[in-house]
Design a protein around this ligand. Sequence first.
Ligand code: AMP
Ligand code: MG
Length: 493
Amino acid sequence: MTGTAGTLFTFEDTYVRELGGLYERWAPASVPAPQLLVLNEQVAGELGLDVDALRGPEGVAVLAGNAVPEGSTPVAQAYAGHQFGGYSPRLGDGRALLLGELIDAQGRRLDLHLKGSGRTPFARGGDGKAAVGPMLREHLMGEAMHALGIPTTRALAVIATGEQIARDTLLPGAVLARVASSHLRVGTFQYAAARGDADLLRRLADHAIARHHPAAADAPSRYLALLDGVVDAQASLVARWMLVGFIHGVMNTDNMTISGETIDYGPCAFMDAFDPATVFSSIDHGGRYAYGNQPPVAQWNLARLAEALLPLIDDDTDAAAEVATDILRAFPDRYRAAWAAGMRAKLGLGAAHDDDSVLVDDLLSLLQAHRVDLTSAFRSLSAVLLGDGGQAQALFAGSADFDAWADRWQQRVATTSADVATVAAGMDAVNPAYIPRNHLVEEALAAATAGDLGPFSRLLDAVTRPFEIRPGLERYAAPAPDTFVGYQTFCGT
Ligand code: AMP
Ligand code: MG
């Protein structure tokens, strides 16, 4: 049995009140020995939560699922989804619960959600549990993405449960408490549409408009405008992933949000050496979710959203499909525009020129040909502008091709009106020095699983201030050692 806890949170419950049919009420499982591993004081502060109370027994009990806070109606959310292209009509929160909605200091509505909180009616064969390593990984990745300015869900806390859970081996169990601007997914719309209940679908779309795309409410065709808003948000999001080398790893439609936030950090990882074919996930045999496939996969997922919305767009299905298709067709241009603007910032190019795409593509070809670390390469370029090309040349192994490219690039930068120091500083503000490099993530999670949180805390500190070089953090800015090859990530979270 779970107890109740007092006034740590002031919950609202618009999802539960407005979207009956899209959840099951459920209580979290009790765990034997909850212990707070990490508390995100920044997120707690933004939510106006009492950090000391969260660290206290009552706070930890709530974050672990041992107590349901007052005012919370925990629910497991229902959704469907295409997983690796195959449709599953009923996925849903198999091991997660929405506790409720909180309003933050800026007036934003945020879901508070537990992951790893026990089996739910959607658990199918799963045990409802999560392990310490993957939950700390989600915490770390989300904070890194947030610090990079990329929309994301964020962890509030990770709690060790004191349980051992069965994966390939026995692992320490954990519960992640996370906040998200919502947990509405493409798969939520697929689920509602498949129910054939037009009223439910309309309530869901209206809820999504109010929460994420309020401008759509006044559009001539509000549901078409909703689709347009999601297409835009996802085009921008995936462009930002691509600019930093982020590979989500499992871009199923149930892992794609309506808000445009990155969600469900499973087998995700940052690319080391640049190669569009990079895949880390051990189950992604066909490379469906490879780095370079992410933009077309996002568009494919959005087509599934469009299909779900068709009944709301027009009673005439053909007419609805035609207008929805027009919006979907805009995805590649929107993606490309967001990506090109980001690339111009990374290279200090200022306003767009016709030849920029050639310059950028040539750099990417060089990165791939010489197997150069993406993050280090971009970060090294500001020094080239300031007359110190040593690090960049070393990364490209002294290649004359790179020198020739760098000459062209510097000539192009000289066409901008800004002085080089300003351009270099602008580049350093968008090209991170510190990202969660795979070898460092593995090292930190292995230590944490064995009970030592030191390496995790240091890595978290590095990646949450990614742009500012700090003495003593040299190893966090260095590419993986040559011995670190064949990296694989696992879904068995
Ligand atoms: P994911 O790949 O983590 O996004 O999860 C896909 C689906 O599997 C979702 O419906 C999850 O709730 C469910 N799931 C994943 N792991 C478990 C687990 N250990 N127990 C129950 N359900 C799970
Ligand atoms: Mg998921």
